[in-house]
Design a protein around this ligand. Structure first.
Ligand code: MN
Length: 324
């Protein structure tokens, strides 16, 4: 398929580059760091060779979210966003942008989102999970009340918020002790991000802001597969759910969430996601440079779905959601 639009596609600036070390063996670091710092050469060639018309770019992880100092987090977010705006301006028909945000301070995050969307023309924000705030050993999640005005601004600006994974902190990782291979994309990313997304759904956030759009990568971080069970466990017991939200979790999932195919190039998984959330809410993505564009593209181009769905997932859903 030609004309694909992809939206979980990362870059780094020098200040955040090292955050991506350790996810590949040392012998691959030269290649990965080149891919992260490059915008207009290798990346564009990969796009041309694989039928990608556009990438919406975002900073690598955890980057801003792992900077406990609020002012420093704001400074790095602004620097990354300014750099990204310059890169997009060189080829706006091929690249668009998601803002990095200093979620350590909800007011600073709101102002940076406004600046990026209103002044720089960004299409939304991509945030790497919880934020460490003031102390390194802290993890603050965005269902908390101090973030609700921020969410109101996201809804008002009509800009989607991409909730991207990060690893849990060592103090939160007892279950993985002795099994470091489970960290990162293998398992811990998905678990961490799925729970964060469920916190948002159960908090009542979407009752207050029903037009808010959250995007999850990796075909929904496992959530489509478990959605029925979340709402239907012990169905013989007549008791209301123990969360503040007014509706079933699946209702919020279907009405406030979009999923991307990033890093999860599996037709069985795609079909399950299509059955749970619908083809109108799934968007093609690769997760470059951690995954290959050709791996994503070759799989997606030949996946056993209808051409109508391929066109939606590969292109037109993104055009609608981001008003491209
Ligand atoms: Mn990613």
């Amino acid at each position: 398929m030609q004309g694909k639009i992809a939206l979980e596609e990362h870059f780094a600036i020098q200040e955040t580059l090292q955050d991506s070390a350790g996810f590949v063996p040392e012998s691959y670091w030269a290649e990965l760091s080149h891919r992260l710092l490059d915008i207009h050469e290798t990346r564009l060639r990969e796009m041309d060779q694989n039928g990608l018309e556009m990438m919406i770019l975002s900073l690598n992880a955890p980057a801003v979210q792992a900077i406990p100092d609020r002012k420093k987090a704001q400074e790095i977010a602004q620097r990354a966003n300014d750099f990204l705006a310059e890169q997009v301006a060189k080829q706006p028909d091929r690249f668009q942008a998601f803002a990095a945000l200093p979620m350590q301070d909800p007011d600073l995050a709101t102002r940076e989102l406004q600046r990026c969307v209103t002044d720089l023309g960004f299409k939304g924000a991509l945030v790497n999970g919880f934020s460490q705030i003031d102390q390194p050993d802290t993890a603050v999640y965005y269902d908390l009340k101090q973030y609700w005005d921020f969410w109101g601004e996201c809804e008002k600006l009509d800009t989607p918020f991409y909730l991207h994974p990060r690893n849990p902190l060592p103090s939160m990782s007892q279950i993985y002790e002795g099994h470091g291979w489970l960290m990162g994309p293998t398992w811990a990313f998905g678990q961490e991000t799925a729970v964060h997304a469920l916190r948002l759904m159960g908090s009542g956030l979407f009752d207050k802001y029903p037009k808010l759009n959250i995007i999850l990568g990796h075909m929904g971080e496992g959530l489509p597969y478990s959605m029925w069970r979340i709402d239907n466990r012990n169905a013989w017991v007549k008791a209301p759910p123990k969360y503040p939200a007014k509706r079933k979790i699946a209702d919020y999932f279907r009405e406030n969430f979009y999923l991307t195919t990033s890093g999860n190039f599996r037709t069985q998984t795609l079909i399950d996601a299509m059955l749970e959330i619908g083809a109108d809410r799934i968007l093609f993505s690769t997760d470059w440079p951690f995954e290959n564009v050709d791996h994503a593209s070759d799989w997606f181009n030949s996946a056993s779905i209808s051409e109508n769905d391929r066109e939606k997932i590969g292109r037109t859903n993104a055009q609608k959601l981001f008003k491209l």
